[in-house]
Design a protein around this ligand. Structure first.
Ligand code: ZN
Length: 320
């Protein structure tokens, strides 16, 4: 069963996680290091190399056929480079080449973290069995990815499906990306919590002003907290409806910390989606919570590595 393995790396601003994963999606070995995100690029790379070295100590490493990397974005998969917003030492950093060298010359597939989560949900989670899916990660930002025609649709640079920067409010507040009224500007955890505060919501004695605290207040019946989640849900629904009209979707899957609010988010999300997606070909679209949780990044990187291997085999057969 375990003859063909892939190594997976999940690189974020806080931690670098690694795993050896088999063809059925079972995680066999894990390794992790904190991300020295404020250090120079080479120091960050040494942490990645340390994770790979930990994975390489056991006998399973010899069975590793490829490496999949899911990284905080933006990524440029076409050039094998990354420029994660929260890792300033990496700008156009040649991550694919460096991981290729550090892994003994194995093939490396790079995807952004939103695409990785999508790959994980399609392989093991709520999008399993669906050929056309949009998956969203709603946390400190809003990211996402697409499965179209049964395959992960990454786009030329690996950023396709980045729903967070669809504008849903033409004259809305300026977004960090330079546009206005983006889904992320309204629905991300920090922005929905900020709006609750601006509208008069006050935190409890612990001073917690996170989206999770706003969710708890909404669950307890606070009308301002509830309204803040309803507005975030409308922004997400408008973005999902726009995507469904463009490419036709069977399912939308929502994960990330803000999705942990449960029905506080999903009840208004379903209502708003019904209001924005009304034509016959989008009316039946369902929206559900993600299932792969904290391993989404690793499983998605592994899935991307498997797809990369399959593509390479297909190319070899057709002589490309
Ligand atoms: Zn934006």
């Amino acid at each position: 069963m375990h003859t063909e393995l892939v190594a997976a790396l999940d690189i974020g601003g806080t931690k670098i996680a690694g795993a050896l994963v088999d063809g059925g999606g079972a995680i066999l070995t894990r390794a992790q290091r904190p991300t020295p995100a404020r250090e120079d690029g080479e120091t960050v790379m040494r942490a990645v190399e340390a994770v790979l070295a930990d994975l390489a100590v056991g006998p399973l490493w010899a069975s590793v056929r490829a490496v999949g990397v899911g990284s905080a974005g933006p990524v440029d998969a076409a050039r094998g480079a990354v420029s994660p917003v929260n890792i300033p030492g990496w700008r156009d950093y040649p991550l694919v080449e460096r991981v290729h060298r550090a892994s003994g010359g194995r093939p490396v597939t790079l995807v952004g973290d939103g695409v990785a989560m999508t790959a994980a949900e399609h392989w093991q989670g709520a999008a399993q069995g669906y050929d056309n899916a949009l998956c969203l990660v709603v946390s400190t930002g809003v990211g996402g990815g697409l499965v179209l025609g049964g395959r992960l649709h990454t786009g030329p640079t690996g950023n396709a499906g980045h729903i967070g920067h669809i504008s849903v409010d033409l004259d809305g507040d300026p977004c960090a990306c330079g546009s206005r009224g983006c889904v992320e500007r309204i629905a991300s955890g920090p922005h929905l919590a900020r709006r609750a505060l601006d509208e008069g919501w006050r935190p409890g004695p612990d001073g917690d002003v996170s989206a999770a605290a706003v969710a708890a207040a909404a669950r307890a019946g606070d009308p301002v907290a509830t309204a803040s989640f309803e507005r975030a849900a409308r922004a997400l629904a408008a973005g999902i409806a726009a995507t469904a009209h463009l490419v036709e979707l069977d399912i939308a899957v929502v994960g990330g910390g803000v999705a942990g609010a449960g029905e506080v988010l999903f009840a208004p999300l379903r209502r708003s989606l019904a209001a924005y997606a009304t034509l016959s070909f989008v009316r039946d679209l369902t929206v559900v919570p993600a299932l792969t949780g904290t391993d989404a990044g690793l499983l998605g990187a592994a899935a991307a590595a498997c797809e990369g291997l399959a593509d390479a085999k297909a190319d070899a057969l057709t002589g490309e």
